[in-house]
Design a protein around this ligand. Structure first.
Ligand SMILES: [Zn+2]
Length: 198
């Protein structure tokens, strides 16, 4: 590899990408090398344009188009009395795809994880508390079941207790250890319908 410094640089960048298995790094590098110059330019331009065109909604923390605003907060037909708290954008997508939930969302941006240095201040908990005014009647904690997720749900339930809002969580029908984004629609739908008081 030392005699191929250009390839080495590319591999090093790819190795920094999360979710890309290390055994696939060389395949992805080869894919880029085999693209035509215009395909590579298109890829780089779209990557930059897409990232520049998006921002976190300051209210719900979901990704939104800078030009048109939040696709959830700015929609009047959604039920503002129901607020579903999720860890990530992927989990929001999983719930949205069930087609059942018509309330509002709040993306936490992760879960408490002391080992990774993620504390309450790294999550959008303060933003969530600010949203609990008289209009929100129920907060659904749709947080993945794991020791970190359960600790996060417990903290949120404690933080919201004084507001008097009803706090529910998803039914335990979901397989333990499986991320929401990998659950099938039916299972997630059932878990959402059978939610219970937390
Ligand atoms: Zn929003």
């Amino acid at each position: 590899m030392e005699e191929l410094p250009s390839l080495q640089r590319l591999i090093r960048q790819l190795q920094r990408l999360p979710y890309l298995a290390s055994k696939n790094v060389y395949r992805v590098a080869q894919h880029f090398l085999e693209l035509s110059e215009s395909q590579r330019e298109d890829f780089c331009r779209i990557l930059l344009d897409s990232c520049n065109g998006l921002c976190r909604c300051p209210v719900c923390w979901a990704w939104s188009e800078k030009s048109s605003g939040c696709m959830f907060c700015n929609v009047s037909r959604r039920d503002a009395s129901l607020l579903c708290v999720v860890e990530s954008w992927h989990d929001l997508q999983a719930i949205e795809q069930t087609g059942v939930f018509k309330g509002m969302y709040h993306v936490l941006g992760g879960v408490l994880s002391p080992l990774d240095g993620i504390g309450p201040d790294d999550l959008s908990i303060e933003q969530l508390k600010k949203r609990i005014d008289g209009s929100v009647k129920e907060v659904i904690l749709a947080i993945n079941q794991s020791p970190e997720g359960d600790a996060t749900s417990a903290l949120l339930a404690r933080s919201l207790k004084s507001s008097g809002v009803v706090v529910t969580c998803l039914a335990r029908g979901l397989p333990v250890g499986i991320a929401l984004e990998y659950s099938d629609r039916l299972t997630l739908n059932k878990a959402l319908l059978d939610r219970r008081i937390f």
